[in-house]
Design a protein around this ligand. Structure first.
Ligand code: HEC
Ligand code: HEC
Ligand code: HEC
Ligand code: HEC
Length: 496
């Protein structure tokens, strides 16, 4: 099972027209089949198993899952679960609305959104993907009796799977991930949002989903691009052939066809747009969703074991030859199944920058969580503590203005963490590269480094994470060392 490396380009709808693009970006490949499994999970998850025994049951595919006590319901307010009716894409697509062939000169928004989405946005093809042989093979291997395009477990992310009672007759599930999947069911806001004097705030009060808010946007994208307690590409679905999920909010927001433009007018209507802040918030929200799943009595478990998708894939999927002893960085000794902490590693850096004390406290909590998962402590209590710490941090990250000094410090800390062997797990290295791209891009935009100077170094790092099965922590460290030198030089070359 191989997923080809895709080249990502930033078709950037971002402020200022500087074109400092650190080159074409390759998205690390998806899940790959592993040749050998070194299965070593027993000791690691005793704590979870004990907790799981108290919780019981495992959700079947598509079955509704209850909320986690003490943890905010992640799906709260997401378009799929909204109380309003979904009207269908035809209600947006009129040529006098968002289906115009050309951008309107006098309009706040492009008005061509429908064409951009239909022609070149992968979301418009999401339902069609379920008709493919690959999808049919996945559900067959999972032992489902219905085809993929009828299975709620697939439709939840590959379409706008609102409850039947909240679908207008004009709506069709075949539309895929539609305007209303992201902007919210239009029942109450459709008419109002075109009236003169309509404001963004008023639209939101009538059910428009606040995609312009980083935290809300992160919850929305992460709900499908990783999952939440309601829906998830589980390890079973991945083992049946689904690609491994790879997501970073800033990179993915800027990827592909933008049907919106961030300009003075957008900012006036909707507030500030800051890709670095989006990156930071994306890390916080993804970490929280992972922990919410971990904490979930059913979703977080699969029989005797916890949900394996929450852990580092290569903790298990690696050759038994060669003693890589990668667990060293967690001080937990060899033979441990490690939590996938790729988002937490990034968040730690952000937290340190936003508030040194809170950052140090979070780092300690995360260490304790790793130790608890390895048997020393209560993993459930620790996961909850980290979740809550992130809750406290989120509004502060959202309010932080990331200056060039922040970006430089975070880039240097990223490199330093890597040299201190923090990215020995593939997923951590992958997120580190996404982060270096985002930070580098913004440093260049702010003219703090010379445009194009980081490009070659970033491309080398991308190549080193292009294939998760060929990932070599030692080579990645060498790449980072080289990148550190490039960064120094680029800073010297930056416009004064
Ligand atoms: C309702 C679920 C859902 C939501 C919400 C969602 N996506 Fe997606 N997204 C998908 C699916 C499914 C695909 C893959 C479609 C296909 O090819 O079948 C996808 C594909 C993509 C791709 C293309 C990836 C590639 O490898 O080329 C990008 C980029 C993307 N999404 C970004 C986002 C962003 C940013 C958000 C939040 C603003 C978001 N998505 C919200 C389900 C969703
Ligand atoms: C939690 C949300 C989620 C669920 C549940 C989910 N998918 Fe996906 N799926 C995605 C996203 C997001 C992508 C795109 C990943 C990317 O490109 O980064 C995707 C990609 C795919 C692809 C690869 C598409 C391509 O062209 O590369 C296939 C095939 C697929 N999904 C089938 C299924 C099937 C079948 C099911 C049900 C068993 C399912 N998915 C359930 C979110 C989901
Ligand atoms: C995968 C999620 C997603 C889908 C699907 C989607 N959008 Fe968007 N849309 C966004 C995001 C993110 C933004 C940027 C943030 C914002 O302006 O709220 C946006 C912005 C917009 C804007 C506002 C631009 C501005 O300047 O204020 C319009 C209008 C819009 N989308 C219309 C549509 C239409 C029409 C469709 C369907 C044809 C659609 N969108 C599909 C996520 C999505
Ligand atoms: C705790 C150990 C563990 C972790 C962590 C883990 N897996 Fe697995 N994986 C397994 C086991 C056990 C199997 C079943 C092997 C078999 O059927 O022979 C498996 C099977 C698979 C298969 C099917 C392989 C095949 O040969 O058919 C894929 C694909 C897969 N896992 C992907 C992943 C991905 C992606 C991740 C990380 C998101 C991951 N796994 C995390 C233990 C793990």
């Amino acid at each position: 099972m191989r997923f080809p490396v895709r080249i990502l380009r930033r078709s950037v709808p971002v402020p200022s027209s500087t074109t400092a693009q650190p080159g074409a970006q390759a998205l690390p490949a998806g899940a790959r089949r592993s040749r050998a499994l070194a299965l070593a999970f027993a000791a690691a998850i005793v704590g979870c198993i004990v907790a799981g025994a108290l919780w019981g049951g495992l959700p079947g595919p598509g079955r509704a899952v209850a909320a986690v006590p003490g943890v905010a319901a992640p799906a709260r307010g997401l378009p799929q679960y909204a109380a309003e009716r979904t009207l269908g894409v035809a209600s947006c697509a009129n040529s006098l609305c968002h289906g115009s062939a050309e951008a309107w000169p006098g309009s706040n928004v492009l008005q061509t959104e429908f064409h951009v989405w239909q022609r070149s946005d992968r979301h418009a093809r999401a339902y069609r993907t379920l008709l493919s042989d690959k999808s049919q093979a996945i559900v067959k291997r999972m032992g489902l009796t219905e085809p993929a395009h009828r299975a709620a477990v697939c439709l939840d992310c590959h379409a706008h799977n609102a409850p039947a009672a909240r679908r207008a007759p004009e709506f069709s599930i075949t539309e895929g991930v539609t305007c209303e999947s992201c902007h919210g069911p239009a029942e109450r806001w459709l008419r109002r949002h075109v009236e003169s004097g309509a404001s963004h705030r008023d639209n939101i009060a009538h059910g428009l989903y606040p995609t312009s808010n980083d935290i809300d946007r992160a919850r929305l994208c992460v709900s499908c691009h990783f999952g939440n307690a309601q829906k998830l590409v589980t390890h079973r679905i991945m083992a049946a052939g689904h690609p491994r999920m790879s997501f970073e909010l800033d990179t993915f927001t800027l990827l592909g066809p933008a049907h919106f433009r961030i300009d003075a007018d957008w900012r006036e209507r909707k507030g500030t747009w800051d890709g670095v802040r989006a990156w930071a918030i994306g890390q916080a929200v993804a970490s929280q969703e992972q922990l919410a799943i971990f904490l979930h009595p059913q979703r977080g478990r699969d029989g005797l074991f916890p949900e394996l998708v929450l852990f580092d894939c290569h903790a298990c999927h690696q050759s038994m030859r060669g003693n890589r002893y990668l667990a060293a960085r967690l001080k937990a000794g060899p033979g441990i199944v490690r939590l996938n902490d790729s988002n937490l590693l990034m968040l730690r850096l952000v937290a340190r920058r936003v508030d040194a004390d809170a950052g140090a406290a979070l780092a300690k909590q995360i260490d304790r969580l790793h130790q608890a998962i390895a048997g020393a402590g209560d993993p459930i209590a620790q996961a909850r503590a980290v979740y809550e710490a992130i809750d406290g941090l989120l509004p502060r990250i959202a309010a932080h203005r990331f200056a060039a000094a922040d970006l430089q410090a975070m880039m240097e800390a990223l490199v330093a963490d890597g040299l201190a062997s923090q990215y020995t797990d593939y997923a951590g290295a992958e997120q580190a590269v996404f982060a270096l791209q985002s930070l580098g891009d913004f440093l260049a935009r702010q003219k703090a480094v010379a445009p194009d100077q980081l490009g070659p170094g970033l491309r080398r790092l991308l190549a080193l994470v292009a294939d998760d099965e060929k990932y070599q922590p030692v080579a990645f460290q060498a790449g980072l060392r080289e990148f550190a030198a490039t960064l120094q030089a680029a800073r010297r070359g930056g416009a004064k």
